[in-house]
Design a protein around this ligand. Sequence first.
Ligand SMILES: C[S@@+](CC[C@H](N)C(=O)[O-])C[C@H]1O[C@@H](n2cnc3c(N)ncnc32)[C@H](O)[C@@H]1O
Length: 280
Amino acid sequence: MPSFDQNKAYAPQEEGTNFFDDGREIELLHYIYSHPDIDTIRGSPKEVLAAIDEYGRTKKYLMNVGEDKGRIVTDLIAEVELGGYVGYSCILFGDAVRKAGGERYYSLEMNPEFAAVIMSLVDLAGLSEVVKVVVGSSDASIARLYDAGLLKHIDLMFLDHYKPAYTTDLKLCEELKLITPGSVMAADNVIKPGNPPYLEYVRSSVQQKKQKGLEDEKAGKSEGIPDKTVNQYAKRYGQLKFNTSKGNPSLVYESKLNMSFEPTGVPDGVEITRCVGEEK
Ligand SMILES: C[S@@+](CC[C@H](N)C(=O)[O-])C[C@H]1O[C@@H](n2cnc3c(N)ncnc32)[C@H](O)[C@@H]1O
């Protein structure tokens, strides 16, 4: 049994250093495939998640949604996620979709190496029939899935990627009419690191959205997001171009924060937003 070192596993990131994408995601694959319990892990989403958790606890921090916050979304049954990382949320929610009789769960991941890790662990968990991993930036992938007729409507979308893209991707989905009354969005990390522009958008009334000209806001704006966060993302991914969709400000949202915890024990929140109507 590996020794547990909370400080090592969850040591705060030093300024300018990556606490992921340093090879740990591939190391995770070796850890799981050489696990003494690999035979029980094979074919079991629950055991694959437990093995990912074990690595995150005892070896190195992984930026997974985790069990506590994950439960908020599992209850809702997601079908598209933006940001897959090593596949934790994808396996958790993909399994929930399968149990509910759903056919497809799309995981949109920009980093091809992370996408390869997701695919490997999804296969190990026996979920390849349900989960499809799409490599590329989320907006381009949404547009491609839409154009191919594979994504016609979104019942539930889990947003857990580049924070400034939460709002721009939501607007793209609105414009493509993927979001309609009944659609639900679950947005992670709205407390830590926080996402004020997204919260403002989904909590605004139609009138407020129109008045403030939010529908004219140029995509890519990152006001309200700390420079540190923007710079960290830029260092990892380079400056991303944003989709500039105006969205559909006439959609009426009801939005509520659900407080929970990061796997590290740090409090964080998932914002659950329901589209409840459309004003004409
Ligand atoms: C916080 S992690 C996702 C964690 C995952 N949802 C989980 O809980 O297991 C964020 C992921 O989003 C990906 N990402 C960042 N910007 C993206 C974009 N524009 N499109 C798609 N993926 C993106 C990153 O490569 C990273 O793997």
